[in-house]
Design a protein around this ligand. Structure first.
Ligand code: GLA
Length: 728
C-alpha cells in the first residue's frame, strides 16, 4: 500500500515510485501540517521541517504566529494564517474564523468517485487513498481531505469534502481543493496563458514576493488561462530539475496561485475561484470540491508532462476510444461555414472516402434556420431545406461510402431568435429585470436547472437516435455573464457557476450512458475548455480555432506540456490560412496535425491534384505512427516558442522499439550547419534503424551523438524521422 500512518511520529506517508509526501499532525491539537513533498525518502521522522515552536499551542502566547508560520495542508482563515486560505466559511450570524484540527483517518485501496464531478479513477491495484477527517468544533464544520497516491505514477490527487456537522446553517465562501506549502524560493512559476486562437502559451517567470498565477472567472476554464500551475527550479529543463505542478480536474472558474510571503515559504493553491462563490450548507449537508492533481518530477518538465499524459490516458479518459485509434476525419466548418447542403457535404465525403478518410463531421448550420450565427441555437431540428431527407438520408449516404458520420452541437446555448427562447425566455441565465449581455449574439442556458437540461437532452437524444451518428462535437461559444438563476433563491446565487458546471457534467454523462459508442469531442470556441474535467467525458478536445500550422506549433506545445497528444484535435486546414493568412505547404500542415487526432478542415474538392495525392500518405503516417504519439512517451526536443526557428517533438513507444520524431523547420537554415536533435527515451544498448536513411546506431549513439536533420529547402518545411529497433 502506497500510504501508511506512523503513529509514534503522527505522520502520514504517501509514496509513489519516485516521490514521498509527508503530512504531520502538528501540536497536541493536531493541525494537519505539510512536512515534505519531493524525491522519495525512507524517513518518517522529518517533523523538524515544520519549524514549529516547542510551546504547546494551547498554552502559547503567540498562537497567531504559530498558525501564520505553519505549513498547512488545508488552511482556514481568520485565526492567524493570513496567506490565501483553502477554506472560508460563515455562520448564520456572519462570523467567519475557522481552523481545522485532526479527528480521525482512514486508509484504503483504490479511489472513490467524486459524485457528479469528473475525477481520476483507479482500483486497489493502481492506487491507495487517505481520508483525513479534520474539524473546526466551534463552527461545526468538518473537512474530509482526500489524498490518492498512485502506485506506478508520480501523481497525488487531492480533493476535500466539507460537511456541516453543527446545528445551524453555514455558508462556504472559499472551498479550494489543494494547498502545498513548500520551502524553496529559487523557483520559476509556469502557467499557460492565451486568448482566442492562441491558447496555452507557456509563460515562465521567476517566483516573486506576493501572489502570481492564473485564474478564470468566465464560467469556463477559458482561453485566457488554463487550470495549471507549476513551480520549477530555475535550472529545470525538459529533462532535468525539480518541478511541482498542479492541474485542476474542472472546467469552470478556477484559481491557481503561488504566493511567497513573510514566513519564507511558498504556498501553491488550486481550486474553484472564490470570487462570487458562496455555498449554503444546511446541517448535515456536504460540499465536494473538484479534484486537483499534483505531480512532482525530478526529471524536469518532460518528466512532469509524461506523468500527466500517462495519468490522464490511463486513469481519466474513459469509453471505447480510450485505447482505440481515433478515426481520421474531415470537418466542413472551414470548407463551407454555414453555406452547405447535402450535395456539398457528399461531394466532400466522396473525395474523402476515396483518399481513405474515415469520418465526415457536419459542423454548425444544419438545424433550425441557421444560415449564420444570428439564430436557432436551441432548436435542434434538422433544416430539411439544406438537408432534404434529413439525417437518415445524409448519414446513410456517408455510411455507404464506408465512412462514419459525426455532428456538431452547442447544447448549452440559446439564440434570442429561436423557438426555444420564444417559448422559454426564462431558460437563459439572467437577472430579472435586466437584459442579459449577448456574446456572439447568443445567451447561455441555465444548466443548473433540471428542467432546462431535460429539455435540451430530449432534443439531443432525438437527433442522435435518428441516424447512425458516431461522433459529437460539443461546442460552447461564449463565457457566462449575468450568472444568476432566479430558481436558486437570493441566498444561493453564489452557487450558480458551480451548479452550471455540475449540470453540464450531468448532461454529458447522460449522453455517454445512452450512447456509449459515440466519440465525444469537446470544444469551446476552439480551446476555451481544454482541461482535465472535459477529458473525463471526451477523450479528445478541439485544440484551437487557429488551424494555421505554424501558430499551431506553439499552441500544441503548450497543450502537450500537460495534456496527452491523444487529446488534441488537430486538422490540416486551407491555405492561405483563414486564421492568419499564412501560406504553408500541405505536407507541413500534415506533419503538424499528425501527433494529434488527425483530420482535415477544408474543402477537399478544391485541392490541387498534387495535394490530394498526398492525403493517402498522410493517412498512412497517421495509421503507422499516430499510435506512437497517442500511446507512447512524449519528448519535446526543440521549441519554436523558445528558439523562433524550428520545432521538434518525439514520441517513443512504451516498449521502446519505435521512436517518431516530428520536425518543422519554421525558418530556412541554408547557411547554418546541420541541425542535430538529441532524442531521449531510447534503450541505450538497443540498435535502431533510421528509416529514411537506413543508418543503424545504438540508442546511446542516437541520443548522445544526435540525429542529423535533413537539409530542407525554404521556410515552413518539415519531415518525419522514424527510428525502429533494428532487430525487428
Ligand atoms: C466554434 C468552434 C469551431 C466551429 C464554430 C461553429 O468557433 O470552435 O470549430 O465549430 O464554432 O460555429
Amino acid at each position: 500500500m502506497a500510504i501508511s500512518y506512523n503513529e509514534r511520529e503522527r505522520v502520514f506517508r504517501l509514496d509513489t515510485p519516485r516521490t514521498t509526501y509527508l503530512i504531520g499532525l502538528a501540536d497536541e491539537a493536531g493541525f494537519p501540517a505539510h512536512i515534505y513533498y519531493g524525491r522519495r525518502i525512507p524517513d518518517d521522522d522529518m517533523r523538524y521541517l515544520l519549524d514549529a515552536p516547542d510551546t504547546p499551542y494551547g498554552s502559547s502566547r503567540e498562537q497567531v504566529s504559530f498558525l501564520g508560520r505553519l505549513p498547512s495542508e488545508y488552511p482556514g482563515s481568520g485565526r492567524g494564517d493570513f496567506r490565501e486560505p483553502c477554506l472560508r466559511a460563515e455562520t448564520a450570524e456572519g462570523y467567519g474564523a475557522c481552523c481545522l484540527t485532526y479527528v480521525s483517518h482512514r486508509i484504503f485501496g483504490g479511489k472513490p468517485p467524486l459524485e457528479g464531478l469528473p475525477a481520476t479513477y483507479g482500483g486497489a491495484e493502481d492506487c491507495a487513498t487517505l481520508e483525513l477527517v479534520c474539524r473546526d468544533e466551534d463552527m461545526g464544520l468538518e473537512a474530509h481531505l482526500y489524498y490518492t497516491a498512485f502506485e506506478r505514477l508520480d501523481a497525488v490527487c487531492r480533493s476535500a469534502k466539507l460537511v456541516n456537522v453543527g446545528a445551524g446553517p453555514l455558508r462556504l465562501t472559499q472551498a479550494l481543493s489543494a494547498c502545498l506549502d513548500m520551502d524553496g524560493q529559487d523557483m520559476d512559476v509556469i502557467t499557460l496563458h492565451g486568448r482566442w486562437a492562441s491558447e496555452r502559451m507557456i509563460q515562465r517567470r521567476p517566483l516573486a514576493w506576493g501572489k502570481q498565477g492564473a485564474g478564470s472567472q468566465r464560467g469556463i476554464s477559458s482561453h485566457e488561462a488554463n487550470p495549471f500551475i507549476a513551480l520549477a527550479e530555475h535550472t529545470a529543463t525538459q529533462s532535468r530539475g525539480m518541478v511541482y505542478a498542479m492541474n485542476f480536474v474542472y472546467s469552470g472558474n478556477f484559481l491557481a496561485q503561488a504566493e511567497m510571503g513573510q514566513e519564507g515559504r511558498v504556498r501553491l493553491i488550486m481550486g474553484i475561484h472564490p470570487a462570487g462563490f458562496g455555498w449554503r450548507l444546511a446541517p448535515g449537508e456536504a460540499f465536494q470540491t473538484p479534484e486537483a492533481v499534483l505531480v512532482c518530477s525530478d526529471a524536469g518538465l518532460g518528466g512532469m508532462s509524461r506523468t500527466f499524459h500517462d495519468l490522464y490516458r490511463q486513469h481519466l479518459v474513459r469509453g471505447p476510444y480510450k485505447d482505440k485509434p481515433r478515426p481520421s476525419l474531415v470537418n466542413n466548418w472551414e470548407a463551407t461555414y454555414f453555406d452547405f447542403d447535402t450535395e456539398k457535404l457528399l461531394a466532400i465525403a466522396r473525395v474523402a472516402a476515396e483518399a481513405g478518410v474515415e469520418m465526415l463531421v457536419m459542423d454548425d448550420g444544419w438545424f433550425g434556420r441557421r444560415d449564420s450565427d444570428t439564430c436557432s441555437l436551441g432548436d435542434w431540428t434538422v433544416n430539411e431545406r439544406k438537408l432534404p431527407g434529413g439525417l437518415p438520408y445524409l448519414v446513410g449516404e456517408v455510411n455507404k461510402l464506408g465512412m462514419k458520420f459525426g455532428i456538431w452541437m452547442e447544447p448549452e446555448m440559446v439564440s434570442p431568435d429561436s423557438e426555444l427562447y420564444r417559448a422559454h425566455p426564462d431558460y437563459a441565465l439572467q437577472i430579472p429585470g435586466r437584459a442579459p449581455a449577448l456574446s456572439r449574439g447568443q445567451l447561455v442556458l441555465d444548466m443548473s436547472r433540471r428542467e432546462v437540461r431535460d429539455h435540451v437532452y430530449e432534443q439531443i437524444r432525438r437527433v442522435l437516435s435518428s441516424a447512425n451518428i458516431e461522433y459529437v462535437k460539443w461546442d460552447m461559444n461564449r463565457p457566462l455573464t449575468d450568472a444568476a438563476s432566479p430558481a436558486l433563491g437570493p441566498d444561493r446565487q453564489g452557487e450558480l457557476a458551480h451548479r452550471y458546471m455540475l449540470g453540464v457534467y450531468e448532461l454529458q454523462e447522460r449522453l455517454l450512458r445512452d450512447f456509449p459508442h459515440i466519440l465525444l469531442e469537446n470544444c469551446s470556441a476552439g480551446g476555451g475548455r481544454f482541461d482535465p474535467g472535459m477529458l473525463y467525458y471526451s477523450p479528445q478536445i478541439w485544440t484551437s480555432d487557429n488551424t494555421e500550422a505554424i501558430d499551431r506549433l506553439k499552441i500544441q506545445e503548450g497543450t502537450a506540456l500537460v495534456y496527452p497528444l491523444s487529446s488534441m484535435g488537430a486538422h490540416v486546414a486551407a491555405c492561405p490560412s483563414h486564421t492568419n493568412g499564412r501560406v504553408t505547404p500541405f505536407a507541413t500542415r500534415g506533419l503538424v496535425s499528425l501527433p494529434g487526432c488527425f483530420g482535415y478542415e477544408l474543402d477537399l474538392t478544391k485541392l490541387s491534384d498534387g495535394e490530394r495525392a498526398m492525403i493517402p500518405g498522410q493517412l498512412a503516417d497517421y495509421k503507422n505512427y499516430g499510435w506512437v504519439f497517442r500511446t507512447g512517451d512524449y519528448y519535446r526536443l526543440a521549441s519554436y516558442g523558445e528558439n523562433g526557428t524550428h520545432d521538434a517533438l518525439m514520441a517513443v513507444s512504451k516498449d521502446r522499439r519505435v521512436a517518431v520524431l516530428d520536425y518543422v523547420q519554421v525558418l530556412s537554415r541554408r547557411t547554418e550547419r546541420t541541425l542535430l536533435l538529441h532524442p531521449e527515451g531510447l534503450d541505450e544498448g538497443r540498435y535502431y534503424r533510421r528509416l529514411d536513411t537506413g543508418d543503424i546506431r545504438s540508442g546511446a549513439g542516437w541520443m548522445y551523438g544526435g540525429v542529423p536533420m535533413p537539409r530542407l529547402e525554404g521556410d515552413f518545411a518539415g519531415c518525419l524521422v522514424v527510428l525502429e529497433a533494428a532487430d525487428h
